[in-house]
Design a protein around this ligand. Sequence first.
Ligand SMILES: Cc1cc2nc3c(=O)[nH]c(=O)nc-3n(C[C@H](O)[C@H](O)[C@H](O)COP(=O)(O)OP(=O)(O)OC[C@H]3O[C@@H](n4cnc5c(N)ncnc54)[C@H](O)[C@@H]3O)c2cc1C
Length: 375
Amino acid sequence: MACERPRELGPEFDVTVFDPSPWFEWLPNIHEPVSRAKRPADLRLPRKRLVAAAGHRFVREAVTVIDARRGTLATAGGTVHAFDFCIVAAGGVNATSGVRGVERHAMPFRSAEQCDAIGRRLAVLMKGASRDRSSSRVAALPASRRSGEILRRYRRRANLTLHIVEAGPALMPAASPKIEAAVRRHVRACDVRIHTGSAVAAISPTGVSLRGGGRLRSDLTIWTGGGVAPPLLHASRLAPKPLQWAPVDATLRSRRYHNVFVIGDAAALPVAVPKQAFHALEMGECAAANVRRAAAGRALRRYRPSRTPLLLAFGDLDTFLVAGRSVVASPALAAGKEAVFQVTMAQIDPPANVQALGQLASRVIGVTRRLASSR
Ligand SMILES: Cc1cc2nc3c(=O)[nH]c(=O)nc-3n(C[C@H](O)[C@H](O)[C@H](O)COP(=O)(O)OP(=O)(O)OC[C@H]3O[C@@H](n4cnc5c(N)ncnc54)[C@H](O)[C@@H]3O)c2cc1C
């Protein structure tokens, strides 16, 4: 299900892709609708067409449980499908970390649609604040790197106060100190208030309560509290406990069931691999190759993660190229990030004819114009 590489298994395989979402979205860029630099349509591809182009079938439904012993899976629509092999790429779900009010009062940040909704709400708030000569207060929890997209559009406006709240001592726990220092330097000129070492206790319609006792007033609260394993993994006995990722061996085969491969964020490998988009794509290729090998009774291939450098953007203020421990920072690298995005989308959805090539070209030109005008 949800395999981003349906082409890896040829027409000799009868493949069905299950996903409740009609869109394939490239998550590393989904924050861009927050600043209106991109629209959701710029960031997604229709899954049905992608899967059909590979000669396979798409079923727009969530899988509720996989019964690997029987070789069946059940969908939310109540249908049961038989399989010889199942590749699970169910990703993660928003971690609420037990914080009260997250689901009711904070806006989530996990899809292009959700980021677009944040962008629209921000635009309404900022318009109202200009009219009333008041100020808009936004709390981003914990969304330090993502808040760069808010600053791309609104940093020159005097009526925005942005609170960034992070439970740990660093603004970006997983990032290098060089990135942390650069981000802190960039936000100095704006009304950005950083609250590190401040765990969130509860979120209400009007603000955020901190565990240490403080309270922040907020007109818009954004929650990006990381990901945890989806319920499907434990319900299908692929993970030993709820919220745990599914253990796999070095070939991406489930530790429990020989007919199930788990890839992407959902997989817990023997040696941890960062939960990043390129690793998910590579794992899709490896799992497809291993299904072919398993079907032919051949030995399985080990998954070897490549050392692809990471490009991390902080709005239009800075972009960081991270290769191991080395970090290069420059706003000019944004063009590189955009190129990676466009090339990846074109690889996943290669233009099949001149018309499709024209659509790709107009998407690139439209996006380039909007990015240039959002500066
Ligand atoms: C906000 C955000 C920003 C990120 N930024 C970066 C970045 O800059 N660089 C980077 O390398 N990585 C980034 N990542 C991480 C990267 O996007 C993930 O590692 C990658 O998307 C994992 O791919 P996946 O296929 O495992 O899961 P996902 O891309 O999450 O896809 C999972 C799919 O499974 C479907 N699904 C879920 N449950 C079911 C079910 N029960 N039945 C059927 N289908 C189901 C979902 O609808 C979804 O389509 C980011 C992630 C997020 C959330």
